[in-house]
Design a protein around this ligand. Structure first.
Ligand SMILES: [Zn+2]
Length: 230
């Protein structure tokens, strides 16, 4: 009976790929096989000197930095991230996280990560969206990376205005000193991995990393689902 009901439901609301919108085959989940195959991967996790790492040169000392996918306008990854951020599609974020986790688990730069720290979203935004998209990505990563998740050590104190149309300097003034670290002693000496959805100027990540680097003995690395640089 339940199977018949599910079949009926799938006829009414056919499941579509979160990356391209095509109908999913019965053995496909969330993202269709051709999108899984064609999504543009960077391979940056195995290259110390890569375009994402270079964003932070001279700004903050990171152990390693990477993004798993290239972000192209109207591309599959943009579609997936849009689903995650604006359509309530948490499965899209789990998929991205799983792909990141698989890639990082095999990388010498990231294999000793202890704690995943999603870039904190302002509580007001969490309220609107229902979740922090970077936290969903981190949960997907944990399916392949033996690390713990922290959402309470690094927190955002003040709201920022929408950052999309500002220069790097203007963004930096906005985000500087708005992050706070609680119970820092619990993170001392660990390899921390900051998680974000898309890296563009890196200003928010930089501010987070600066705060985390005040903790004694830590290594700080960065992983994003996608980057707009190549
Ligand atoms: Zn697809």
């Amino acid at each position: 009976m339940k199977r018949i009901f599910n079949l009926f439901l799938s006829l009414l609301y056919p499941e579509v790929c979160a990356a391209c919108g095509a109908l999913l085959q019965h053995d496909e989940k969330v993202v269709c096989l051709s999108c899984q195959y064609l999504a543009p991967k960077t391979g940056y996790e195995n290259v110390g000197d890569n375009p994402v790492a270079r964003i932070f040169w001279g700004r903050v000392h990171l152990h390693a930095a990477s993004a798993t996918f290239f972000f192209a306008k109207k591309g599959r990854i943009q579609h997936l991230i849009h689903e995650l951020k604006y359509k309530g599609n948490q499965e899209a974020g789990l998929f991205l996280g799983e792909e990141m986790g698989k890639a990082l688990h095999q990388s010498a730069f990231f294999s000793d990560i202890d704690v995943l720290i999603p870039v904190p979203l302002h509580p007001k935004k969490v309220k609107v969206r229902g979740y922090n998209q970077s936290e969903i990505i981190a949960k997907g990563m944990m399916r392949h990376l033996p690390a713990s998740l922290s959402t309470h050590h690094l927190v955002r104190a003040v709201a920022t205005e929408t950052q999309t149309k500002k220069s790097r300097e203007a963004r930096w003034k906005n985000v500087k000193d708005i992050f706070v670290v609680n119970r820092a002693e619990e993170l001392a000496g660990k390899h921390l991995l900051l998680i974000d959805d898309v890296i563009t100027t890196g200003s928010t990540i930089e501010a987070c990393a600066q705060k985390l680097l005040e903790i004694p003995g830590v290594k700080v690395s960065v992983a994003a689902a996608a980057c707009a640089v190549n």
